[in-house]
Design a protein around this ligand. Sequence first.
Ligand SMILES: *[C@@H]1O[C@H](CO)[C@@H](O)[C@H](O)[C@H]1NC(C)=O
Ligand SMILES: *[C@@H]1O[C@H](CO)[C@@H](O)[C@H](O)[C@H]1NC(C)=O
Ligand SMILES: *[C@@H]1O[C@H](CO)[C@@H](O)[C@H](O)[C@H]1NC(C)=O
Ligand SMILES: *[C@@H]1O[C@H](CO)[C@@H](O)[C@H](O)[C@H]1NC(C)=O
Ligand SMILES: *[C@@H]1O[C@H](CO)[C@@H](O)[C@H](O)[C@H]1NC(C)=O
Ligand SMILES: *[C@@H]1O[C@H](CO)[C@@H](O)[C@H](O)[C@H]1NC(C)=O
Ligand SMILES: *[C@@H]1O[C@H](CO)[C@@H](O)[C@H](O)[C@H]1NC(C)=O
Length: 456
Amino acid sequence: MKSQQKCIVIFALVCCFAVLVALIFSAVDIWGEDEDGITEDNCSRNCRVVLVENIPEDISFLDNATSHLPLSAGLYSLLDKAIRAVEIVSPLWLLNSSDYESSFQPAARQGRALLSRLQGLKAKGVQLKISSGMIDSTELKILAKHYAEVHYVNMTALTKGNLHSSFWVVDRKHFYFGSASMDWRSLATRKELGVVVYDCSCLALDLHRVFSLYWGLQYKDFIPSFWSKRLFALYNRDEPLELTFNSTKAQAYISSSPDVFIPKDRSTDLEAISRVIQEARHFIYISITDYLPLLGSRTHRYWSRIDGLIREALILRKVRVRLLISFWEKTHPLTFNFIWSLRSLCMEQANCSLEAKFFNPRMQRDGTVQGINHNRFMVTDRAIYLGNLDWVGNEFTFNAGAGLVISQPEGIEERNSTVVEQLQAAFERDWFSSYTLPGNGCKWMHHSTAGWCILK
Ligand SMILES: *[C@@H]1O[C@H](CO)[C@@H](O)[C@H](O)[C@H]1NC(C)=O
Ligand SMILES: *[C@@H]1O[C@H](CO)[C@@H](O)[C@H](O)[C@H]1NC(C)=O
Ligand SMILES: *[C@@H]1O[C@H](CO)[C@@H](O)[C@H](O)[C@H]1NC(C)=O
Ligand SMILES: *[C@@H]1O[C@H](CO)[C@@H](O)[C@H](O)[C@H]1NC(C)=O
Ligand SMILES: *[C@@H]1O[C@H](CO)[C@@H](O)[C@H](O)[C@H]1NC(C)=O
Ligand SMILES: *[C@@H]1O[C@H](CO)[C@@H](O)[C@H](O)[C@H]1NC(C)=O
Ligand SMILES: *[C@@H]1O[C@H](CO)[C@@H](O)[C@H](O)[C@H]1NC(C)=O
């Protein structure tokens, strides 16, 4: 009888142990960390930030307009600085333009040049690590042959969405964050905007944690029930990192999406967007490819998360809002209805101002649209939010993306020009350029490949 009881106790203990082991192994963990020994206690907070842009050749702003470091130059500068590891996550890998594409788009060669620079990292003794949702990309297969380590994330199995995150982390010290993907068009025909940040290991360490989350999801077909401690966020919207950018004080943190990819302490993109909108006092400028507060593919439901915040800012806080939306072949016709609805909210209301414009690139003879504005950012009087996702309900619900918030404390008298002011200037340059159409007189016309905006 006694030995039977013993048996049961031992059996129970073994069961407990097995469950524990299973739990430990189901958590995403990372190995081989800490070669450089930088931790959140002794990381660098004296950072340098540079705004980088790709302005397509057929877009020209006035000579005196604000201009920034070309995206390709920013990325090359990161590759020049790399000593140990370059980590890249990108929604797309299509740097190798075809001969046909580069014959009529000379700038398309930039993609090939970047690809060969990436292939050359190995010779410099630099590790190239790529997380990707593209299971069957030929380009990634070629890179893997050139000693890149590629981890595939099966987003279909995890969230039924896509991996839309787009950033680089170099030696956990420098990083790129922005709208561009590893697609030759991002270096040639699409208007892209991002930042390159140097000597900023605190923030780079946190972005590296987002990368590590994707890295650890390689070929998993379920989301772990709890995340490793090494993926917890270091900073968030309630406890942002205090740092300096070009010797000027600022605060920053990284957000991410969707909700099921949020380890402890990480703010979601929607929380970040909502904080930035709520803290704006005077203006909110939004530059986005698509704006569509709808959820669902076949049947649509109104998705109020961002639309509601904008309404509150307009009505309750009298903040001036400008929306710059891209006008291209995939612009959803209902976009105009939602803009009209926002605008009508302000009718006959004192100090309520919503303006919308459409960035309208040139249509090429073959029907393709060049120079599409692929920017995804928001700038207010105090902060910027750079994101990877379009402002569409489905994006935030199913797709993986990340965001970077930088805010400038009020009342700093002596300071240099800040990234917030530079981004505001970039927005105003686009807003007042000859490539925008007023949103009020726009009527949607449909065509097999493209739409037109008819001015009334
Ligand atoms: C940072 O701190 C860790 C442990 O706290 C230590 O191992 C490492 O050497 C430190 N690195 C530097 C650059 O001071
Ligand atoms: C740029 O130049 C144009 C005309 O050349 C002028 O109208 C405009 O005010 C200038 N803008 C700035 C910011 O100096
Ligand atoms: C890029 O594409 C060309 C043909 O279009 C091919 O010859 C070349 O091998 C490709 N290079 C890589 C690195 O994929
Ligand atoms: C990704 O997940 C889906 C759904 O679980 C599955 O059908 C598909 O085979 C997986 N793809 C790969 C490459 O593992
Ligand atoms: C609108 O703004 C002006 C100036 O900021 C202010 O004087 C006025 O009282 C405001 N009106 C309302 C109705 O808030
Ligand atoms: C402005 O930047 C320069 C170097 O770029 C720095 O020496 C100076 O201290 C900065 N000024 C302020 C007020 O931050
Ligand atoms: C920060 O300094 C670099 C040069 O060191 C400069 O290129 C960049 O524009 C500055 N950034 C801001 C936001 O002023």
